[in-house]
Design a protein around this ligand. Structure first.
Ligand SMILES: O=C(O)c1ccccc1NCC(=O)[C@H](O)[C@H](O)COP(=O)(O)O
Length: 215
């Protein structure tokens, strides 16, 4: 089995970002959603982010204006756009058309406590992303959209045909990571966030390093 890559999301501190890069973290996530307690622009400028020398810089957006995403991607020199809201396929198509083609699109599918009939609509949503997105990311649904530390029922993923590489997210920690063995299609990457924080946006690097070694 290929070892999943690691994404650490919700970064706000340059020293921690440099440390994560030196630990070979594949993806580093910046949250451009004002309502998040990890809103990066409260801590760093677009120029600060643009100067971070890494090929896995992910900008996380929630139902953001298309031009704002394009402008942020360019000014912060992002490598990936993570769409974490309810963005429609038309919106994502238009974004893809206008975005620098070197920037990858990660579409988030938020999973709640679905009843069996909900599963078929999730499958349709998954299949529709094939035309426009490069990756999927499965996270727990919530009013806050993300960063809740709550896990969804991973067994649901075994009911879906997943045609793209995917990030597994939502409350991942050293306590539950062994359960990925139940997944038929293994994640391309694990996305960790609030379970590895001292407080919002301030990461516990020792805990991350321990987790990375265990992965
Ligand atoms: O982290 C946030 O505050 C956040 C807010 C709104 C949308 C997305 C957000 N985070 C994006 C991520 O990719 C998180 O890593 C993901 O939601 C998992 O977080 P957690 O459950 O805390 O591990």
């Amino acid at each position: 089995m290929m070892k999943p890559k690691l994404k650490v999301c919700g970064l706000t501190k340059l020293d921690q970002i440099q440390e994560l890069i030196s630990m070979n973290t594949a993806f580093i996530g910046f949250i451009f959603y004002e309502k998040s307690p990890r809103y990066v622009l409260n801590h760093l400028s677009l120029e600060d982010i643009s100067k971070v020398n890494h090929q896995g810089k992910v900008g996380v957006f929630v139902n953001e204006d298309l031009n704002k995403i394009l402008e942020t991607a360019e000014k912060a020199n992002l490598n990936f756009i993570q769409l974490h809201g309810d963005e429609s396929e038309n919106f994502i198509s238009e974004l893809k058309e206008k975005l620098n083609p070197e920037i990858g699109i990660i579409k988030v599918i938020r999973i709640g406590s679905e009843k069996p009939e909900g599963a078929s609509s999730i499958q349709e949503t998954i299949t529709r992303q094939l035309k426009t997105s490069n990756y999927l990311l499965f996270d727990t649904d919530s009013k806050a959209f993300g960063g809740t530390g709550k896990q969804f029922d991973w067994t649901l993923l075994n009911e879906f045909e997943i045609p793209l590489p995917y990030f597994l997210s939502g409350g991942i920690s050293e306590e539950n990571i062994d359960n990925i063995k139940i997944l038929n299609q293994k994640p391309f990457a694990l996305d960790i966030n609030s379970k590895f924080e001292l407080n919002a946006g301030n990461k516990d690097l020792d805990k991350i390093s321990f987790f990375k070694a265990k992965m």
